[in-house]
Design a protein around this ligand. Structure first.
Ligand code: HEC
Ligand code: HEC
Length: 278
């Protein structure tokens, strides 16, 4: 799956290069990462977009394991989409949503992957739950928001900053024991020594700091459970507040700490949570 997606990205970048000098070059206008729902007017279409953003930021209250409406408890944990898709999907190299609408459906391993399928891939694995019904208002809202944040982006092209930035291979094989030392030093202040993060104060649902392992975390089939994905994500986005332009961890530390987190228990992906694409 990783290989196929990377191939698509490479092709997209090659296609983009043909569009005109500077068009998608980093640092050039336009900045694709500045969509702002606050600028939207009234009306049902914009309400749907706003609901989509709220689903990404406050996922657990709407569709989480402890959601207010029991009929909508589709996720099996109380993570938010934003726990990983930082800044409501507008953080470069934190798997942002800017080119998402314009690049789905996508061909992955010779299968057509629709945006609905891709969202439900995260519902099953990262959210350790079950599919959102394709016709639901929640699915429509997520897609409407992704379409909105991609307004004006080139069709079929992944703009710079999409996905995760590929990380250099480690010098030494990733080592969970070394990773634990880095974790204690650089991560435990927020995610805690037991990896369980911090709940929002009640009555709010969900986390101010998300858990990294254990029953409340992403399952063993999730993208974040792959060492390369986790290393890349962590290198460019953690400790929270940094970005890919000023990483804090060395490449080796990122691989080691990823190995440490993944060596800890995660929910087993049951047939219901394993995506047919993984
Ligand atoms: C535990 C982390 C995590 C959580 C939580 C999570 N995702 Fe993801 N998601 C990922 C990773 C990792 C990728 C893959 C990035 C890549 O392929 O480069 C991804 C990819 C995606 C993509 C594909 C984007 C693209 O353009 O390639 C969509 C859409 C998506 N997620 C939607 C969601 C939604 C909606 C939620 C909440 C219901 C969610 N995700 C929750 C980690 C997560
Ligand atoms: C300053 C507090 C802070 C520090 C330090 C920090 N994180 Fe995070 N981390 C967060 C927050 C907050 C989020 C979720 C962002 C959101 O909800 O907007 C997050 C999200 C994550 C995620 C994705 C979500 C999930 O549940 O899997 C991973 C993986 C992660 N952090 C790993 C690390 C690692 C490894 C370190 C140490 C190198 C680290 N973090 C240091 C605050 C922190």
């Amino acid at each position: 799956m990783l290989k196929a997606l990377l191939l698509v990205v490479v092709l997209a970048v090659a296609a983009a290069a043909g569009l005109g000098a500077g068009y998608v070059m980093w640092g050039q206008v336009p900045n694709w990462y500045a969509a702002d729902v606050a600028k939207l007017g009234q009306g049902p279409d914009n309400d749907l977009i706003r609901y989509g953003r709220d689903l990404i930021v406050n996922t657990p209250s709407h569709i989480g394991k402890s959601a207010t409406n029991p009929a909508l408890r589709f996720a099996g944990n109380d993570l938010a989409c934003q726990s990983c898709h930082l800044n409501a999907g507008l953080q470069p190299f934190a798997a942002p949503f800017v080119s998402t609408f314009a690049t789905f459906p996508m061909l992955v391993d010779d299968q057509v992957l629709t945006l609905t399928d891709r969202i439900n891939g995260c519902m099953r694995r990262s959210m350790n739950g079950k599919d959102l019904p394709p016709e639901s208002r929640e699915m429509e809202a997520l897609i409407a928001y992704m379409k909105f944040v991609g307004t004006g982006t080139p069709e079929g092209v992944r703009v710079a900053g999409m996905g995760l930035k590929s990380i250099k291979p480690p010098t030494l094989p990733p080592d969970a024991r070394r990773g634990q030392e880095a974790y204690t030093q650089l991560c435990a202040s927020c995610h805690k020594e037991d990896g369980q993060g911090e709940l929002r104060p009640s009555p709010a649902i969900g986390y101010s700091i998300p858990p990294l392992w254990g029953d409340a975390s992403f399952n063993a089939s999730a993208g974040m459970a792959k060492t390369e994905y986790a290393a890349s994500y962590i290198h460019d986005n953690m400790p929270f507040g940094i970005n890919y332009q000023a990483p804090v961890l060395t490449v080796q530390q990122a691989w080691d700490v990823a190995a440490f987190i993944i060596s800890k228990p995660h929910p087993v992906a049951t047939p219901a949570t394993v995506s047919p694409l993984d």
